[in-house]
Design a protein around this ligand. Structure first.
Ligand code: NI
Length: 173
């Protein structure tokens, strides 16, 4: 497996709508496995293919937080939210493409997602808690939407300026 480079906001590729994955291929499975490895290494709890500059509808996540609990690496091709609760939940979100910036985002507390798994089988599952937030955040990436898009313009601009500065610093290294 290979660690891939995660794009940092602002980047035009993070604002694009990703294309549906047609038939699963070994290349796509390798990409999904690389994404999981890259996510764990970061470390993070979710990653979407557009964050690697790959505009395909593929996300990975593992929101198991309890120490010592078994990991639950989850690969979703063409994920969709097919139902969402009226109940809302607010989490302090972050993003591997927006390092070290966190802000409260309010989203449906429970969602039902449908996707194609690594073996090509359709899956449907209900998610709550952090998993619900994470799956919505990652699917947003496939629509070119970042968590900072939910914030007030001033706060978003402040974070974006910090990221521009960070990218300048990283480019100099
Ligand atoms: Ni993100």
């Amino acid at each position: 497996m290979t660690l891939r480079t995660i794009l940092i906001h602002p980047d035009p590729r993070l604002k694009k709508v990703a294309k549906a994955v047609p038939d699963l291929s070994d290349d796509l499975r390798v990409l999904a496995d690389d994404m999981l490895e890259t996510m764990y290494d970061a470390p993070g709890i979710g990653l979407a293919a557009p964050q690697l500059g790959i505009l395909q509808r593929l996300i990975v996540l593992d929101c198991v937080k309890e120490e010592g609990a078994a990991p639950r690496p989850t690969i979703m091709f063409n994920p969709e939210i097919i139902a969402a609760s009226d109940d809302l939940n607010t989490y302090e979100e972050g993003c591997l493409s927006i390092p070290e910036q966190y802000a409260d985002v309010t989203r449906p507390a429970e969602v039902t997602a449908r996707w194609i798994d690594r073996d090509g089988n359709e899956q449907t599952q209900d998610f709550g808690g952090l998993w619900a937030t994470c799956v919505q955040h990652e699917i947003d990436h496939l629509q070119g939407k970042l968590f900072i898009d939910y914030l007030k313009p001033l706060k978003r601009q402040m974070i974006t300026r910090k990221m521009v500065k960070l990218k300048r610093e990283l480019a100099r290294e």
